[in-house]
Design a protein around this ligand. Structure first.
Ligand SMILES: Cc1cc2nc3c(=O)[nH]c(=O)nc-3n(C[C@H](O)[C@H](O)[C@H](O)COP(=O)(O)OP(=O)(O)OC[C@H]3O[C@@H](n4cnc5c(N)ncnc54)[C@H](O)[C@@H]3O)c2cc1C
Length: 462
């Protein structure tokens, strides 16, 4: 077959993670033809398990909310704990979100992504699994995009489309090939992820909370303890690459061959919080190590392409932001490109420009929040509850800002939150702000969630 005889899709998408499946479902519902290439076979393992309440409207619109409720542990909030476990502070989303969306999810990504992909297929999207994109030509004279793929059987094929959406995640397909990928040196971290059975559900885990434990001591890292099943804890460990290298050398000098495992277990044992949770537990399977860390792309969209989700930017997952950033960007992009294709050039261009300004603004806000987290002199989320109570009239606002940030309010008001974060970098202003945060509102008993509410009748996936 010659290129001119190949059918032309409206949109072709690389990758069927949360970004790819969301954008594909939205576009097919608007009447476009959509083809998705996914190099793996779902359900496939993936990192990133704690979701944010602000995902709720997207889940509802996609039509997967009820399905998610059947499968995944509910997450009422986030707890931040100091290394020794002596200070911690819990942020319950219910404090600021009055409806059912306050209870988010801790998911096993393999099944979560599978639900999203099946839903896309149900809506009419063609997904080619085990089909890897090898090359993309988006500079053809006719403006179309040609995609070359190879499938599991080794068969090579060429596909044509009007538009290519890169949702390839950390593969960063277009950014890499266009020489547009940049690393964030200051966020150079490395991650270990393991799933554990037989853990003690302590420190709020029994309430579905994600517990973030700051490692301090120059490690520039943290643990995330997340209940992802009735007897399943996910333990993520993130450390600065430099610290990891020093530890690797020490362990290898001691003759330990599997230094990665020895390092993960040593750090868990040394931290009083993780040790208490996992002392009687065992790993379900070998942990995963993720090293391609925190980067951004100089390009984000053009006449016939767009980068969505991790393919555009990946930020340290401390605040569990990646899935929501990816899905919301996909959602906004689908709306904007639909306007572009149905308006005059000026109005269409303006819509796309505004949309990508908002997407960039959201990512920049999260980046600012992360940088502040790694500077405990500025903001220690675990210590806020030790402040004295206050009846200051601006209290509601002061209290809700961090809640809404942790819940995912990045897109509509990113300027406002960015100003707030800049403000608390000033130690005096920070002290003033802290004094507005009242002890009692962090009282876990006040926000009691029953075991049934959190774990419900979760369907066993294994
Ligand atoms: C250690 C760690 C912990 C994290 N924790 C969280 C968390 O708790 N909460 C959260 O929200 N986020 C978390 N994240 C971030 C989250 O994993 C990502 O932000 C999210 O998966 C982005 O979705 P995506 O659709 O852009 O990319 P992905 O989910 O990575 O999907 C990309 C898809 O593209 C496919 N693909 C790649 N290349 C090709 C190709 N050439 N051809 C065909 N298919 C291809 C891949 O197989 C994959 O299925 C974490 C990340 C890490 C590293």
């Amino acid at each position: 077959m010659q290129l001119k005889d190949i059918p032309v899709y409206d949109f072709m998408v690389i990758g069927c993670g949360p970004a790819g499946s969301t954008v594909a479902t939205k576009l097919i519902r608007k009447g476009y033809s959509v083809l998705v290439f996914e190099r793996t076979k779902f359900p496939r393992q993936h990192e990133g398990e704690s979701l944010l309440p602000f995902c709720y409207p997207i889940f509802k619109e996609l039509g997967v909310w009820d399905e998610l409720k059947k499968h995944f542990v509910r997450k009422p909030g986030a707890r931040f704990t100091n290394y020794d476990g002596k200070q911690s502070c819990t942020w319950f989303f219910k404090s600021v979100i009055p409806d059912e969306s306050h209870l988010s999810f801790n998911v096993e990504r393999a099944y979560f992504d599978d639900i999203l992909m099946r839903n896309a297929i149900k809506n009419g999207v063609v997904v080619l699994e085990e089909t890897k994109v090898e090359a993309v030509d988006k500079t053809r004279p006719d403006g179309l995009v040609a995609v070359n793929t190879v499938n599991k059987a080794g068969e090579r094929q060429t596909w044509m489309g009007k538009y290519i959406i890169d949702a390839s995640g950390q593969e960063t397909f277009l950014a890499k090939r266009d020489g547009a990928k940049n690393a964030y040196q200051e966020l150079d971290r490395i991650a270990w992820l393991g799933h554990w059975k037989g853990a003690h559900y302590k420190h709020g885990a029994e309430q579905g909370l994600i517990d973030i434990v700051h490692m301090g001591n120059g490690k520039k890292g943290w643990f995330a303890i997340q209940p992802v099943g009735k007897d399943l804890i996910s333990l993520t460990m993130i450390v600065e690459r430099q610290y990891m290298k020093e530890q690797k050398k020490l362990l290898m000098d001691m003759g330990i061959e599997d230094w990665q495992e020895a390092f993960y277990l040593k750090e868990i044992r040394e931290c009083p919080v993780t040790q208490e949770v996992l002392c009687d537990a065992h790993m379900r399977a070998r942990f995963v190590v993720v090293s391609d860390y925190s980067y951004f792309s100089d390009i984000i969209y053009g006449d016939n392409f767009a980068l969505i989700g991790d393919s555009y930017k990946f930020l340290d997952p401390i605040f569990s932001t990646g899935v929501y950033l990816a899905m919301k960007s996909a959602d906004l992009f689908a709306e904007a490109i639909h306007v572009k294709l149905n308006s005059d050039k000026e109005a269409g261009d303006q819509k796309l420009e505004e949309t990508f300004k908002t997407i960039r603004g959201a990512y920049d806000l999260v980046e600012k929040f992360i940088n502040i987290y790694y500077d405990p002199a500025t903001l220690n989320l675990a210590e806020l509850q030790s402040q004295a109570s206050s009846n200051y009239e601006g209290y509601e606002e002061a209290f809700s800002l961090i809640h809404f940030l942790l819940a995912g309010d990045f897109f509509d008001n990113y300027d406002r939150y960015a100003k707030f974060l800049d403000m608390i970098k000033n130690p005096l202003k920070y002290e003033q702000w802290k004094s507005l945060i009242v002890d009692s509102v962090f009282d876990a008993d006040k926000y009691h969630f029953s075991y049934e509410e959190i774990f419900g009748e979760i369907i066993d996936k294994t």
